[in-house]
Design a protein around this ligand. Structure first.
Ligand SMILES: [Zn+2]
Length: 142
């Protein structure tokens, strides 16, 4: 078997900086770990492969943050949601480009990867956020 990049958070961010959302999938039981980890918490296997994740999901829950941690104070109030990706994985993230009036449970969201800014100090972790998925077909008459 070909050697895989290590299943570390650093490698996860490296992929993300390349615009790829990747997670570690256990070769023994199939559980997907995001972020990746070196040991499966379901079956204790150490055999993994990198798998790409869909960047589309549905909003399951959300909350509005008014009192933000220091690094996000400029964005407050903002929306934080839990999104179920199309492969079933649930991940939390910030939701942008949507007001609290527009946001609805079950709406489709796209995940946007945001490469790190060169103005920040190392380590410069890339980030991701969600925004409403624009369904092109909805602008056309049925
Ligand atoms: Zn496993």
């Amino acid at each position: 078997m070909a050697a895989q990049p290590p299943f570390t958070i650093e490698q996860f961010y490296k992929f993300m900086n390349e615009g790829r959302l990747m997670a570690g999938r256990c070769l023994n039981c199939g559980k997907i770990h995001l972020p990746p980890r070196p040991l499966c918490d379901r079956c204790l296997s150490k055999d993994f492969e990198w798998t790409s994740l869909p960047n589309l999901g549905k909003l399951m829950a959300y909350t509005i943050i008014h009192v933000a941690p220091v690094q996000f104070q400029a964005s407050a109030p903002y929306l934080i949601g839990v999104v179920r990706l199309d492969n079933g994985l649930k991940i939390p993230g910030m939701i942008r480009n949507a007001s609290s009036e527009q946001i609805k449970i079950g709406m489709s969201l796209s995940m946007i990867l945001e490469p790190c800014s060169s103005t920040l100090r190392w380590p410069q972790w890339p980030r991701y956020y969600f925004k409403p998925h624009e369904i092109l077909a909805s602008s056309q008459s049925a």
